[in-house]
Design a protein. Sequence first.
Length: 402
Amino acid sequence: MFVPDEKILKNYASVMVDFALGGGFGIKERDVVYLQFDLPALPLALKVYLRILEKGAHPLLKINEESFSKIFYEFAQSHQLDFFPKDYSKALIKTIDHRIYLIADRDPLHLKKISPAKIFQAQKASKLVKKWLFAKEDKGELTWSLCLYGTEGMAKEAGISEKAYWRQIATACFLDKADPIKKWRLIFQDVRKIIEKLNKLPIDKIHLTAKNTDLWIKYGEKRKFVGVDGRNIPSFEIFTSPDWRGTEGHIYFDFPLYRFGNIIQGIYLEFKNGKVIKAKADKNEKLLLEMIKQKGANKIGEFSLTDIRFSKITKFMANTLFDENFGGKHGNTHLALGSSYHDCFSGNQRSVSSKEWRAMGFNDSVEHTDIIATTDRKVEVILKNREKQLIYRKGQFVIDKF
């Protein structure tokens, strides 16, 4: 098993604790930090745990081991799949100020033989958790971040060595720099300049064209683009949560989707009146169709673009966290089926009711699955005065004409 050197792990922990959490400002003394990690990520988890203590904060731990997950789905009865520890979960969310998850799949396909129906049944039971987390985040009382710890199994799925896999992690997250946080802050500044220019445009619709793709997206009222705020490390995407009701056309995704311990390849989606009316996949189409059957999972919650000037991710990593930030030759676009992000609302999130979110076309679902396309694309916006404006081509945002 490959373990990165101490400098890389220490830098990684510092980026997560001193920067990613807190939206770029890190944690404060006496904050409560919920640290979740998959067992293979133990070397990094120890560094993160130590850094939390050094900052004078309070760590809480949850360790995940995929063998337990596999046993659960193989043997759990229906009432066990439905079980939800409501009081425990509510108290935990009330207690924490930050949450962090270190992803480290020993075997990315460990649930490939499990019935999708079982997975989705268990997922429904935790819908309240997502609602409570969103509500606390909307109030500005909770921040979160994710990062990736490479494993032999993930590297194998990506078709590269474990050492090469870690080299891509270090490069993408600037962990090989003397001061990675300084580099991240520079990225923040550059991305925010693009976001500010995008948000000055009176956008009505977004039009995306690419290989086997012609998609129209209704931007929606009181919307804005956001991105690169520490929620994911790495994160280079600039995204919005559009009005799901105005999605029309079709889109093809060339990157495989690793989800629910399975892989889905060659995904094609067709939309009409905001809903998926046709879904196909070259591999594991049944799982794709089962996913879309979940409440709200047949509507989009996010539209995103990544600029190659920021992302140094050049390899398929067999994990959504990295693949949705892929730079490569053409950057990437991804759509998320499922829940919207409330921080894409341009007004005061704290004053918006559930009914008002729905009225504005913000999608609500226990599901949020990012599906990625890396082929060359052109993205135009139609402004409210019907003027057409090119905003993205050849993997980059076009800002010189704004």
